[in-house]
Write a protein that binds this ligand. Sequence first.
Ligand code: PGA
Length: 255
Amino acid sequence: MNKQLRKAVIAGNWKMNKTPSQAKALIEEMKPLVKDADCDVVICVPYVDLQTAVEATKGTNIKVGAENCHWEKSGAFTGEISTEMLTELGVEYVVIGHSERRTYFGETDVTVNKRVRAALDAGLTVILCVGEYLEQREQGVTFDVVGMQTRIALGGVSKEELSRIIIAYEPVWAIGTGRTATAEQANEVNHAIREIVADLYDREAADAFVVQYGGSMNAGNAADLLAQPDVDGGLIGGASLKAPDFAKIVEAASK
Ligand code: PGA
């Protein structure tokens, strides 16, 4: 339904992988393979790789994102990075609320919302991650969990700003495990997220809203997942570190 209203977005999430020189080599390998993409192509890379990535992708169809940002403009926040530090480098996207941030670094729905707000104010496009743990799925609360994460993260976001938010539905049990959600499981949660956007805003906003799937998406399963009516792209970890695999996913999204 209305998939033609949305352009798919394939985003790599490199996590804590690749030094700057390795990043440059991977991007150079990737460039010719994704140049004809009929979808948006983004790579979200470690902070220290950002400058290299922005320079290496200049004049190409590859956009660059960070993997997090802080909500304050500056100050005593050791180890954090502000939105202005990102935008000055030419970074256009930022991942916020990844389950690894929530699980290992104590991020909450409230801090996720603050980071979303700051990123939007800085002109960045946000890839906002939501998703349930395996126990939550087994307890039948997936829709409650994802619904709450989505509603809180979108607090204070205007309808106009929604064009700069992408939600990535990433079931935590599927991340880096090789265990992908079935296409139907992915689609039903993605659909539910779209309905929350319709409830919070309106139908028009929901129909234009990009919802990705993430969690062990790879060259082999991407076409099936991306064919689902509510799956508008992917956030890809492991498979984004291999240029040919990432290119195959981009190709699947371009069909
Ligand atoms: P994965 O990671 O593709 O390695 O499962 C996805 C993600 O965490 O964004």
